[in-house]
Design a binder for this molecule. Structure first.
Ligand SMILES: [Zn+2]
Length: 241
C-alpha cells in the first residue's frame, strides 16, 4: 500500500453515506484534490472536526487510477480557529473557498496559492470588503487573470494617470476608445495589493467610497473573464458592510 502525505486547506466537506465525508482540499503537493474520510461520524479517532479553512496534514492511499478518490488514513488538524470568527470572517471564508474550488485546476500544485491561503487565514479580518479586495487581487494576479497594474500593457510605460482596465491596463496615450475606468489612486492601491504582504495591505486606509468602487470593479473584472458566478459574493451587498 503506497501512501502520500499532504498539507491542505479544507475548502468543502460533504457528508457521504452513513458516516463518511468527502473533503475538497487545496493541497500544497497536488493543488485541488477530493478525498474520502471513512467512519468520521462513527468514532473519534479523527482529531480534526473538519471545519472550513482548517489547515491539516493528512496521509492518503495512492489509488491505482489517479482520478479516483483518495482515501485518507490519518489526519492531523491544526487548531481550526485561533480566535472567534464573526459572521463577516465566515462570509469571507465561504467566498474564498468557492473561488478556489471554481478557479484552481485539479491535481496541479500552485505553491503561491497555498501560501496565499496560509496568509489569508492568518489575516482574516472583520472588514471583509477590504479583505476580499486584497484576496481577489492577489488570487487573480497569481493565476494570471489580472494584469500587472504598474505599467501600460501596450507601451509598457509606467502608469501616471487614469487608465482603462480591459483585460490589460491601457494608459491614456494608448487608449483609442477614450474611456477610462480606473483613476490613478485606484491603480496605485491595486498595485500595492499586488506587491505587498497581506498584513501591510490591511493597513492601507480606504474610505467607504473607494472600497465600494474597487470592490465592484474587481468583482466585475473577474466575473467578466471567468464567466463563473460566485454565489457567496452575492451576499456581499452594502447592508452589512
Ligand atoms: Zn501605453
Amino acid at each position: 500500500m503506497r501512501t502520500q502525505k499532504i498539507h491542505a486547506f479544507i475548502l468543502k466537506k460533504t457528508p457521504y453515506k452513513e458516516s463518511d465525508f468527502i473533503l475538497q482540499l487545496f493541497t500544497l503537493e497536488k493543488g485541488l484534490l477530493s478525498c474520502l474520510v471513512k467512519g468520521v461520524r462513527k468514532n473519534n479517532k479523527w482529531k480534526s472536526d473538519f471545519e472550513l479553512f482548517t489547515l491539516i496534514e493528512a496521509e492518503y492511499i495512492i489509488p491505482k487510477d489517479k482520478n479516483s478518490l483518495r482515501k485518507i488514513i490519518s489526519i492531523e488538524g491544526s487548531s481550526p480557529i485561533e480566535k472567534d470568527f464573526g459572521y463577516n470572517e465566515l462570509l469571507s471564508i465561504s467566498v474564498i473557498s468557492e473561488i478556489c474550488l471554481k478557479n484552481c485546476p485539479e491535481h496541479h500544485p500552485i505553491e503561491r496559492i497555498f501560501n496565499l491561503l496560509y496568509y489569508t487565514r492568518l489575516s482574516l479580518n472583520a472588514d471583509n470588503k477590504r479583505f476580499l479586495i486584497i484576496f481577489l487581487v492577489k488570487f487573480f494576479s497569481i493565476i494570471g487573470l489580472f494584469p500587472e497594474f504598474k505599467h501600460c500593457g501596450v507601451c509598457n510605460q509606467q502608469i501616471s494617470s487614469n487608465v482603462l482596465w480591459n483585460k490589460q491596463i491601457i494608459c491614456s496615450k494608448c487608449n483609442n476608445v477614450q474611456e477610462e475606468n480606473l483613476d490613478f489612486t485606484e491603480v496605485k492601491v491595486l498595485y500595492f495589493f499586488q506587491m505587498n504582504d497581506f498584513q501591510n495591505c490591511l493597513k492601507v486606509k480606504m474610505d467607504q467610497e473607494l472600497k465600494n468602487k474597487l470592490f465592484n470593479k474587481v468583482c466585475k473584472e473577474f466575473l467578466h473573464h471567468t464567466e463563473k458566478s460566485i454565489k457567496t459574493l452575492d451576499l456581499h451587498n452594502d447592508d452589512f458592510m
